[in-house]
Design a protein around this ligand. Sequence first.
Ligand code: NAI
Length: 789
Amino acid sequence: MSYGPAPEGDAPVRDWIAQHGGTFGHYINGEWVAGTTTFEVLEPATGKSLANVAQGTTADVDAAVAAARAALPAWQALDDHARARWLYAIARGVQKHARAFAVLETLDNGKPVRETRDIDVPLVARHFSHHAGWAQLLDSEFPGYHAYGVVGQVIPWNFPLLMLAWKVAPALAAGNTVVLKPAEYTPLTAIRFAELLHEIGLPKGVFNLVTGDGSTGAAIVNHPGVDKIAFTGSTEVGRAIRVATAGSGKGLSLELGGKSPFIVFEDADLDSVVEGVVDAIWFNQGQVCCAGSRLLVQEGVADALFSKLRDRMERLRVGSPLDKAIDMGAIVAPVQLDRIRALCQQGIEEGATCWQPSWSAPQDGWFHPPTLFTNVAPSATIAQVEIFGPVLVSMTFRTPEEAVALANNTPFGLAASVWSENINLALDIAPKLKCGVVWINSTNLFDAAAGFGGYRESGFGREGGREGLWEYLKPSRAHEAAPLPAIAVGALASGEPLASGEAEASPLPAIDRTPKLFIGGKQARPDSGYTLPVRSLSGRLVGEVGEGNRKDIRNAVEAAQAASGWAKLSGHQRAQILYYLAENLSARRDEFAARIVSMTGDALVAGESEVEASISRLFTYAAWADKHDGAVHDVPLRGVALAMHEPMGVVGVACPDPYPLLGLVSLVAPLMATGNRVVAIPSERFPLAATDFYSVLETSDVPAGVVNLVTGSRDSLVRTLADHDDLEAVWYFGTHTGATAVEKASAANLKRTWTEWTGREWLDPRVGEGREFLRKAVQVKNIWIPYGE
Ligand code: NAI
């Protein structure tokens, strides 16, 4: 049996384009602004011209940012309910014009109207409606937080309207105003969306649209009037944006590429698997960042599955995306088609076996047949590089361990799909996968209530759900504290003896304690063989510490890597160790207080309050260790999404100078509580409280390698951390120059960074501890599991 064509009418949409004379401008400050130049937008299914669209200049971006800035006070002054009403109105507007949006998207992007009608556009409406809810609940659910301000958003072409919704809905719900740039291949639904907002009467300047290519995107990213950038697109551009925004203080979330594994165990239901594969890699022609593009099959069922797959591929229909009976439409642009073809060719040349159906894809647009590669080496280009097309690359494995190793053998970490009828096996594998989303016996499920986003080089930040909303909020409390004064040079110049405090008090020289580092649970001599003097604020020599170098940092990272068992302990067990640390610190309270004041020159009482605050802080995170729960997201599909808080892994920490003990404890304890391992650089000016802390760590059952401390020059040591590939994140509390360098260097493997150079009043628990720290210490993995009917 074969299907006849069932074309969707496109006349109303083509009429809409014609009514605009086929040319569209930017939408800035509630008005349409003609571009100084335009570019052509083509229809992927025919290669014909569809419209002309303005190419945004820096002047256009300036105007859009100014409009967004001007609109901000009134938009933020609205109460939650008023903003909720606007978001709800957008959701209703999208629903009312759903078919027009779906057809326009199909014309512009080339994806089947079946998908735009049944997936993209309903999810867009769902996103605005879900976020109307968050707008309504903002004050009660996010107290102490407020919007970033003006948000710049740059989105790709694979889900043009859906990516817009993922970005715009949370931004507006949180009280931000927006400047958005759609991808140059697919700007039309964003333009229609701006028109919808105009019809609804959204206050001018709240949403601004500037069309254009990458140079327009770069102008938004670099604009000093933008407070936060949210980007979805290629990892390459994401990296460039990380470098461009380094040190700017702008918030940043990146949703980048993937090479997601689709893992099939031999007890899986193979017929379901086949339909899963169709959705994983042939949905949207495989132009999906989380596409299940690597099929990993247990050896025993590989041949059976490949055979079923080839049968199914033979029956897939590729053709006009307006035909409601087709499975795959066109590739978005010739450059993408060429890239897919070139990668397939490379796969063949590298020795893999390529299989395509016997029929040919249409030739009049940019079509590519579904393609299956078998006999692929894990190191082959097609197994490593994101193809972003309908090309499935398969490999086999024998054991679950091998499956996990293959799955994680990629710098990406966006999503994974696990297929097995054995729930124990599936849920054993899910936590071992390094990625932000895991689908059990399902694939490519999305919902506004569940966060989406990557681990590793797939970017950072989440979109959707409560976790996604945090990306558009920042703490209301200012974190500024007075900087430390410089060391009193006058005191040194006056010839004051540079004796240690201990030596002064005694007629005999004190027994020297050789300064060391703390690596892998042991005190270790610095590789350099050098020591650094530690002076009090008045310039007195109060001791010495080891001068750590790159090698020490590398050794510390290695030790931390080896301590992976820490993440597997229960929250309760981690809490016990944090309590024990507090107990042992408490026993040496006076000694620590004296040490602190010997460096800072404060009155003893200041040292005592710092030690007391450090003990209390350890209690805080011991308390949190078994309470920083994830969530169960209620998604409108046959399942639930378990939003798990997972540790990032090994985290580098550069501590602030003031509060030498409390600063260290405030940063290390939340990371420990959440299962991370730490390589910390203590206060550079006052490191002695940290070196004293070694012995507290040694006597408190902290497993070797969980906390490593390397003293020395903060900004040069942290560079080694920021450059290190085996580190997942760096927290830096120092200078603006240092923060800029950390953010720039972090782009290499897209580490999560948290930088601050304004200083904090660490003694104040409202600023120095709590959920803000815990949230930064974890990443959310959403595991979709079948549940209920
Ligand atoms: P791209 O990353 O260049 O484009 C995405 C968006 O970024 C577009 O709006 C573009 O105009 C803008 N852009 C480009 N350069 C920019 C810059 N320097 N600063 C700011 N914005 C900039 O992706 P492209 O070239 O369209 O596709 C290339 C490959 O990227 C694809 O083959 C695919 O592998 C990957 N990709 C991944 C996506 C995802 O969802 N993860 C989406 C699109 C592409």
